[in-house]
Write a protein that binds this ligand. Structure first.
Ligand code: IPD
Ligand code: CA
Ligand code: CA
Length: 263
């Protein structure tokens, strides 16, 4: 039987420690490499942070599984038992260019069910965390359940690339929505964008292509405050697969999905 209380404490201790290591690294020179293209960055700190979590998890929980963005975890074809889904630094481009607006994001799943979610904004020292059925918090402050908002009063997060020619969506689809909403924002970290919806700073977030480690924690957080998390067609996400992502406050999610995204 999993001792979830103890696991929660361990996860928080490790996240705070990893965050400190990242802050301390700001003085050091970064080793920056590219992955799939010249804008897909990875640094020695992404890799060191993932390795740090894997070492802690493996020495404490021998039978747990790990899915990590940088590939030091397991190759998983299914979710069974306890699985840690880790993005050591979400928003690496921000980490490199700004030294802010990035987060450690960790979701802990029991089979296919998300149980614990953590998004740690390392520079602002804001730990967003949630436990399935027990609510969501920002540090020690409980986050209230989200209220409905009209499309014209909403602020939505969206990367400007989806408004230009791209291979995932016709930019014409999003134009009427962008015209209707109060404003758009782009923070460059899916985890922070989801944490901001959970805490009411944003109302919705659209991305055309994300990986499980980008949304594993955010999904748990958002659902605990009554928000809705699906892909762009309104389907449930599979925590093992890459997909589009559409997150919204209750009510708003359905209105945008039916009136702007479904053709
Ligand atoms: C990226 C960020 C970014 C999103 C990208 C992700 P990374 O994660 O979440 O906001 O637009 O699709 O890959 O690479 O910085 O961990
Ligand atoms: Ca990421
Ligand atoms: Ca990352």
């Amino acid at each position: 039987m999993t001792n979830w209380k103890e696991l929660d404490q361990n996860a928080r201790d490790w996240i705070m420690e990893a965050g400190k290591k990242i802050r301390d690294s700001f003085q050091d020179e970064l080793n920056i490499k590219t992955k799939s293209n010249r804008n897909d960055l990875v640094t020695n700190m992404d890799e060191a942070t993932e390795r740090y979590f894997i070492e802690k998890i493996r020495s404490t929980y021998k039978d747990h599984h790990i899915m990590g963005e940088e590939g030091f975890g397991d190759e998983l074809s299914e979710l069974s038992g306890v699985t840690w889904i880790i993005d050591p630094i979400d928003g690496t481009m921000n980490f490199v260019h700004q030294q802010r607006n990035f987060a450690i994001s960790i979701g802990v799943y029991d089979g296919k069910q998300g149980v614990l979610g953590y998004i740690y904004d390392v520079v602002h020292d804001e730990l967003y965390h949630a436990e399935k059925g027990r609510g969501a918090y920002m540090n020690d402050q409980k986050l209230p359940v989200l209220n409905e908002v009209a499309v014209e009063d909403s602020v939505i997060a969206l990367n400007a690339q989806w408004m230009t020619t791209n291979k995932r969506i016709d930019p014409e689809v999003l134009a009427p929505l962008v015209q209707k909403v109060r404003g758009t924002r782009s923070y460059g970290s899916a985890a922070i964008e989801m944490a901001y919806i959970a805490s009411g700073r944003l109302d919705a977030y659209i991305s055309m292509r994300l990986a499980p480690w980008d949304f594993a924690a955010g999904k748990i957080l958002i659902e605990e405050v009554g928000g809705v998390v699906t892909d762009l067609e309104g389907n449930e996400l599979n925590p093992l697969n890459k997909s589009s992502l559409f997150v919204g406050k209750p009510g708003l999610h359905g209105k945008i999905l039916n009136n702007y995204l479904k053709n």
